[in-house]
Design a protein around this ligand. Structure first.
Ligand code: H53
Length: 808
């Protein structure tokens, strides 16, 4: 462990001088905010010295550099994480206490940058953590949104969005690198000139903006590697302040030029795995891709000159989903237009350098852009895509039966659109899915024509999570217990968590597992009381579903279960229910009506249930507003049931399933995404599986034999009743009934099979919760889940990427 402070004394001395020099006040007069700022500045400066050493090591050894291009990085707060990774968290906490401060209080001042929507963005952040831990020279390349994902407030049960002004007090971790700014051109027209018998192209008349990078240090556990995350902000190239307009009182016009450039990095689009199609989004995609490629090549040039055929040997560029799909064409553009390489050579270099991860099979999330929009905004990039497409089509093997259909399916340009997924596959040497089932579906269905053509490109990389953030940092009491039992090795190598299996038969240890869970439940209950004014009972089962709201994730199925249990308990006070708190949290895209209505339904059910003394002994419903990394870290450790109930085949992987498992929750889920791997690792008897499997879902949908009305009529007392309650005023008191959900289900024929899986789901829940009375056995299963969760460390995932894709 490379500790940044040898002793408390050393820390105190450095910290004191940091606080006073930054604030200009004697220590006693400084505020908690001053002290927080100074602490971050001190840790950041230590991190930068290690970063310098890392950089020297990478340079001297000629280590391959990996660039992870992602339009989202949901990094969360960094201070506690970095103190852990530098091995000084306890030392700093104690020293601060002796100085009259409290580390946790100071940490609350840190903004929680919402530069991502959900799974994809958080995965990118876990990967940065793991690349640094594994000693990979791995760099994030993304966007610095002025405003993060919206803040969610609940008004009369419904989601309201407000802006997240996360930069209002500044962001002490970042360093602006004006000297590394890159000019990015939009629009204009392509001009070709002949040079030594060859055409060379450039673009004239572009509207330019300046992409300005901000660097954030990424500290790897062990403290030996500090990498960086580079995020780009859009600004005007030159200040064109319109003084005349200003003097005439037209302030908006005076600043219009700046505002237009800044709009590109103003907000993160709030669609998680959802529809796209806004011009500004395309500008965002090009900005971070073009600026990123420029900076990648700049670094390469400094180390290796212009020997571009060496690029794949020293550089890997990974594209996270299709948002950075322009990496291929942009790299081609620079190599061909600016570096004057022949097309074929440039193409060979490009495809050997780039790799691609697909994160979804949802058709609405596979990006497509109208050619007319695209070619106007990025005329030269479009020409290059057109040429890639022309050559792809020309070289297509026409000797096989059905080649026309296969070419149509894999074409980049089709029906007046640019298909970004196909572009990504064609420009990459590797294509991976994010869980075994997901990769199978890609190979068999979504990308089957590509798989038939180039099976060697395809591979699976099941997602992972950082055990430092989601166990050590989020769950200190459990982490302490684990360390007492098996030492600290699990922080380095989470596979060591399997040593916990030796304690599964130890009643005293299991008792302590339960005590730690209880402590976390009390912590969450306190948070809920503060945030929602709701009292929840830490002795009840905490049943948790926290994730983005999406029809296929089926939060609706969960709340139907709650409604059913409520109805049955009211009808029969002797109906036995294990006392449970049903906890939900998550955001819905602002334009996604069904998802927002589901949130309103949950809150409306909560309003009725929580105020009904007939059921309060046994149930409470709690919606925690504004789900984000910082409150997620309070929720996962308190969970006992992990709700992973997506329609089988729809959730690519899921990662909250892994976070909850690691924290000792039992999965109540369908055989979907990484749930299948959870069951394989921990044994079906330690989870609770229900519902249709992916092949059954396919078969049922293909047969056309599922009818919502038949389900409704077959079970009038329970399912039928729940459906009726959507419109019969039972839950309408807060802000009305739920006609649109009713219509979606009954007229949309239950697309996500909520009604179909309802009975087996509620039954599974009842069976699972009955087991809670045998607390020893429950704790044993909880511990077993933690013991089996090590494989889900993102360190393992990253080693697989390193060995099988990046060759780093
Ligand atoms: O990516 C996660 C998966 C999850 C999947 C999610 C995702 C997004 O968050 C955004 C866009 C997208 O295409 C996919 O839904 O199943 O766990 C990380 O791979």
């Amino acid at each position: 462990m490379n500790r940044i402070f040898e002793s408390k004394e050393e820390f105190k001395e450095l910290y004191l001088s940091s606080v006073t020099s930054l604030s200009g006040k004697p220590f006693e007069m400084t505020s908690d905010f001053d002290r927080f700022q100074a602490l971050v500045k001190l840790v950041a400066s230590k991190a930068r010295s290690v970063q310098t050493e890392t950089e020297k090591r990478v340079h001297d050894t000629g280590q391959k550099r990996v660039y992870y291009f992602s339009i989202e990085f949901l990094i969360g707060r960094l201070l506690d994480n970095y103190l852990i990774n530098f091995g000084v968290r306890d030392l700093v906490a104690e020293a601060l206490k002796e100085m009259g401060s409290n580390l946790e209080t100071l940490e609350e001042y840190e903004p929680d940058p919402a530069l991502g929507n959900g799974g994809l963005g958080r995965l990118a952040a876990c990967f940065l953590d793991s690349m640094a831990h594994e000693g990979i020279a791995g760099y994030g390349n993304g966007m610095r949104y002025r405003y993060g994902l919206f803040k969610q407030e609940i008004v009369n049960g419904a989601q309201h969005e407000t802006t997240d002004d996360w930069l209002v007090h500044g962001y002490p971790w970042e360093v602006r690198r004006q000297d590394k700014a890159v000019r990015i051109g939009f629009g204009g027209h392509v001009v070709g000139t002949e040079e030594n018998g060859r055409m060379r192209y450039h673009t004239e008349g572009t509207d330019d903006v300046l992409a300005v990078p901000y660097d954030i240090p990424v500290v790897g556990y062990g403290g030996n590697t500090v990498n960086k995350l580079r995020v780009w902000s859009a600004e005007p190239v030159e200040e064109e302040f319109d003084l005349d307009a200003f003097n005439a009182g037209d302030y908006a016009k005076a600043q219009a030029h700046r505002a237009e450039a800044e709009a590109i990095s103003a907000i993160l689009y709030p669609n998680d795995a959802g529809e796209h199609g806004r011009l500004l989004r395309l500008k965002q995609e090009y900005l971070f891709v073009a600026a990123g490629i420029n900076s990648v090549l700049d670094t390469f040039r400094k180390e290796h000159g212009s020997d571009w055929k060496l690029l794949p040997q020293y550089v890997a560029i990974h594209t996270n989903d299709t948002h950075p799909a322009m990496c291929g064409p942009e790299l081609m553009r620079v190599l061909v237009d600016e570096e004057n390489l022949e097309w074929d050579e440039a193409w060979d270099i490009t495809t050997k350098t780039i790799s691609y991860t697909n994160h979804t099979i949802l058709p609405e999330a596979l990006e497509k852009w109208p050619i007319s929009t695209f070619s106007k905004l990025l005329p030269r990039v479009y020409q290059i895509i057109d040429e890639i497409s022309r050559r792809y089509n020309a070289a297509f093997d026409r000797s096989q039966d059905g080649w026309q259909d296969r070419l149509r399916q894999t074409a980049i340009l089709w029906d007046g659109e640019v298909r970004m997924a196909n572009l990504s596959v064609i420009c990459s040497h590797s294509v991976n899915g994010v869980a075994k089932l997901h990769t199978d579906i890609l190979e068999r269905e979504t990308l089957k024509d590509f798989y038939a053509l180039t099976p060697q490109k395809f591979n699976n990389k099941t997602n992972g999570i950082s055990p430092r953030r989601f166990l050590a940092e989020a769950n200190p009491s459990y982490a302490k217990l684990i360390t007492e039992a098996i030492g600290t090795g699990w922080l380095d190598d989470a596979a060591e968590l399997s040593k916990l299996e030796a304690f599964e038969g130890d009643p005293a240890f299991l008792e302590r597992v339960g005590a730690s869970k209880h402590e976390n439940k009390v912590r969450l209950a306190n948070y809920v009381r503060r945030e929602c004014g709701l009292a929840i009972d830490p002795n009840s089962i905490f049943d948790v579903q926290v994730k983005r709201f999406h029809a296929y994730k089926r939060q609706l199925l969960n709340i139907f279960k709650v409604m059913d249990i409520y109805n049955r308990r009211i009808a029969d006070p002797n109906f036995r229910v294990a006392p449970t708190t049903f906890i939900f949290s998550g955001k819905a895209a602002s334009s996604y009506t069904f998802a927002k209505e589901t949130i309103r339904l949950i809150n409306s059910v909560a309003n009725v249930v929580n105020n009904d003394p007939r059921v309060n002994e046994v149930m409470k419903v709690c919606f925690i507003p504004n789900f984000r990394v910082s409150n997620a870290q309070l929720i996962y450790p308190a969970a006992e049931i992990s709700e992973q109930i997506s329609t089988a085949g729809m959730e690519a992987s899921g990662t909250s399933n892994m976070k909850l498992m690691m924290n000792g929750a039992i999965t109540l889920g369908t055989m979907d995404g990484a749930n299948i791997e959870i069951v394989n690792l921990a044994g079906a008897e330690n989870e609770k599986i229900f519902g249709l499997t992916a092949p059954e879902v396919d078969e049922l949908r293909a047969s056309g034999m599922h009818f919502a009305w038949d389900m409704y009529n077959a079970d009038p007392d329970r399912l039928g009743r729940v459906i009726d309650e959507l419109t019969d005023d039972t839950f309408a008191a807060l802000s009305g009934n739920f006609e649109s959900i009713y219509n979606e289900l009954m007229n949309g024929n239950d697309h996500d099979l909520v009604m179909k899986d309802f009975a087996s789901y509620v039954q599974a829940w009842e069976e699972l919760t009955q087991g809670y009375s045998d607390r020893m056995d429950w704790n044993r299963r909880a511990l077993h889940n933690t013991a089996c969760s090590g494989w889900f460390s993102s360190d393992r995932t990253i080693r697989e990427y390193r060995d099988e894709i990046w060759g780093a």
